[in-house]
Design a protein around this ligand. Sequence first.
Ligand SMILES: [Zn+2]
Ligand SMILES: [Zn+2]
Length: 144
Amino acid sequence: MERSVWSESIASALLRKHNLRVTTPRVAICMRLLEKHCHYTAQQLHAELSPSHAGLSPNTVYLTLNQLAAVGMIRSFRLAGNTIFDSNISTHDHAHCRECNQLLDLPSEHLDKPMGLESWVLEWGTRIWSGTCPSCKDRQNQET
Ligand SMILES: [Zn+2]
Ligand SMILES: [Zn+2]
């Protein structure tokens, strides 16, 4: 249980740092997002948290994720009609497999400022590469 106390205090501190009131749902959501770099839709995160957080509504999860994104604690982007919330806040690209729906972070060292935006102060951006991952490609090759 030591670890969860530790991450709970970090989550609370982060919320306070961003002038967000520390509430039980916010702490639970932050802790889950801080565990590792991950991508969630609000529905996915609600499904994961609701067994251990009775009474947590999908709407609370959705609003909280948007608040965290608004203050820059997480990022959000649109993918295939869904809003994806990303706990990796460094600039990075994504690869999305259209077969199995997996979403990978790509290393970002090579990402320069896009042409034409040299004089902008940029916060964040991502490109999404869409296609078929190696294991889905292998499965398709076996089926045909
Ligand atoms: Zn795949
Ligand atoms: Zn990502």
